[in-house]
Design a protein around this ligand. Structure first.
Ligand code: ADP
Length: 206
């Protein structure tokens, strides 16, 4: 549980509402949250989706696990407490980006249900759409792909607490979208995301 340390703080409202901002800018913010095992395809899909959206001039931005650990979360490791704080911060950052009117594509293993649910809850409280995308790729397939050689290292005991090997992955039970990359190619997976966004009125299909 995150300790609140600051006292005597007051929320300062702006002069315009979110709706006014979105209408004036012609945008709609939301968070699409990709979760799944390492190498399941989160980043690959988010990158291709980002490209497709930018081509349609939809303001969007990708927040990616490793990238965020180079900066904002460089002081966090992979213990359960650090993973929780990692996801809490990303949840908050995603919410801010979405509030600004950006379609935010957040791809993080985010293995624990309670941390994903906390990210979902902070969006719900703020009235911002949160679309959980479970990139559901069997671990055998992820391990065979192993683009970064991480499964090999984890099996050799060189990485401790690796999700799916010696740390749990709690599969979502209420995801808005389930993508099976072992059965569909990248293009089809991106199409599934675009269809989902269109169905929710967040984009119009090109
Ligand atoms: P993650 O971000 O989940 O760790 P990556 O996107 O880095 O995973 O790696 C996924 C690997 O799976 C890449 O090498 C990618 O080319 C491959 N892959 C094969 N089929 C698909 C697919 N349908 N969708 C996404 N990635 C796929």
């Amino acid at each position: 549980m995150t300790q609140v340390k600051a006292t005597n703080i007051h929320y300062h409202e702006g002069n315009i509402t979110r709706d006014e901002r979105w209408k004036a800018l012609g945008v709609k913010g939301a968070t699409m949250w990709f979760t799944g095992l390492s190498a399941c395809g989160k980043s690959t899909i988010a990158c291709a989706l980002e490209q497709a959206l930018v081509n349609q001039k939809v303001p969007c931005y990708r927040l990616d696990g490793d990238n965020i650990r180079f900066g904002l979360n460089k002081n966090l490791g992979f213990s359960a407490a650090d993973r929780e704080e990692n996801i809490r911060r990303i949840g908050e950052v995603s919410k801010l980006f979405a509030d600004a009117g950006i379609l935010t594509l957040s791809s993080f293993i985010s293995p624990y249900t309670k941390d994903r649910d906390a990210a979902r809850a902070m969006h719900k409280d703020a009235g911002i759409d949160f679309i959980e995308v479970f990139v559901d790729t069997p671990i055998e397939v992820c391990e065979k792909r192993d683009p970064k050689g991480l499964y090999k290292k984890a099996r050799a005991g060189e990485i401790k607490g690796f999700t799916g090997i010696d740390d749990p992955y709690e599969a979502p039970t209420n995801a808005e979208l389930i993508i099976k990359t072992a059965e569909h190619d990248l293009e089809a997976c991106v199409k599934q995301c675009l269809d989902c966004l269109a169905k929710r009125g967040l984009i119009s299909l090109a």
